[in-house]
Design a protein around this ligand. Structure first.
Ligand code: GLY
Ligand code: MN
Ligand code: MN
Length: 286
């Protein structure tokens, strides 16, 4: 059969990526709404997760919390990883028993009219972080906060610059919190942090969770683009540069951010993030 039109696949993807990358005002509204539902569902799930016996309780709860707020459901198979399973970045089985002192890493987002949120939080099922869990969590959260500030303030900004900024701030905060063993130099700390967070800090977000994959992370961010900010730390056993008490812990803290003309808007700002806010939410009986 005669072909009526030749579509150069690579070029077409490029055109579509460009269209999807910068959101129209209507798309921005949908991104706000999907992130709002994702945040409310995350909070409601954390609140109900005290002493849950199995990871499946959490993924089931998330789906319920999305749908009752009008979303179509999960945008992707959520990561619900308790204890050391949090160190498996794409752990999606989500069906294992949870121990009373485990933290759970939840990476989940919803789909609203095709637009997706992508949020990660880590919390203790006991409702209270142990000292070591809290030290590491607060250090990562400090890095996360500084990364969000950079996204608000630094122009021009490229995602790859944000990644290197994250590594430097991780090295700083982890050293200050005495997470590294004695003798780890500043230089070595940067290499260790590169090892501790094996994924990028950010990707573009929109109709897909890893949206517009063809758009480089080495170009300046214009207004209208939505990105994630997701530093993580995953400490495997035997890593001699990190004190033993932190071995086996894996955390990721992930928010979704709209780049604006004057700075940035954290679309998932209502999802609890500080360790004290998480503990307060889990203790609440309202
Ligand atoms: N949920 C996948 C990611 O955070 O990149
Ligand atoms: Mn993400
Ligand atoms: Mn995610």
């Amino acid at each position: 059969m005669e072909r009526l039109i030749e579509l150069p696949q690579g070029k077409l993807n490029h055109v579509l990526d460009k269209l999807r990358w910068i959101k129209s005002p209507a798309e921005v509204e949908l991104m706000r709404a999907t992130c709002q539902i994702g945040s409310a569902a995350m909070n409601a799930t954390i609140k109900e997760s005290r002493a849950v016996p199995n990871e499946a309780f959490i993924s089931g709860r998330l789906e319920y919390e999305y749908r009752r707020r009008g979303a179509a459901g999960s945008a992707y198979v959520p990561v619900v990883a308790a204890g050391e399973r949090a160190n498996t970045i794409h752990y999606i089985d989500g069906d294992q028993d949870i121990k009373p002192n485990d933290c759970v890493l939840v990476d989940a987002g919803c789909d609203l009219d095709g637009y997706v949120s992508d949020i990660s939080r880590s919390f203790p099922v006991s409702g209270t972080f142990t000292d070591a869990q809290k030290t590491l969590y607060d250090a990562l959260n400090a890095v996360h906060g500084e990364c969000l500030n950079l996204v608000m303030e630094r122009r021009p900004l490229k995602l790859n610059e944000l990644y290197f900024f994250m590594l430097r701030r991780m090295a700083h905060h982890f050293a200050a919190a005495k997470i590294f063993t004695a003798g780890v130099t500043t230089e070595e700390a940067l290499n260790v942090c590169d090892d501790l967070c094996p994924h990028h800090i950010s990707h573009y977000l929109g109709l897909d969770v890893h949206d517009t994959f063809g758009v480089s992370r080495s170009i300046e961010l214009p207004p209208g683009v939505v990105i994630t900010v997701e530093p993580g730390v995953y400490i495997r056993h035997g890593l001699h540069q990190v004190h033993h008490e932190f071995h086996g812990i894996g955390y990721r803290i992930e928010d979704d951010v709209l780049i604006t003309k004057t700075g940035a808007e954290v679309l998932t700002v209502s999802a609890v993030r500080c360790s004290s806010e998480i503990e307060k939410l889990m203790a609440s009986t309202e």
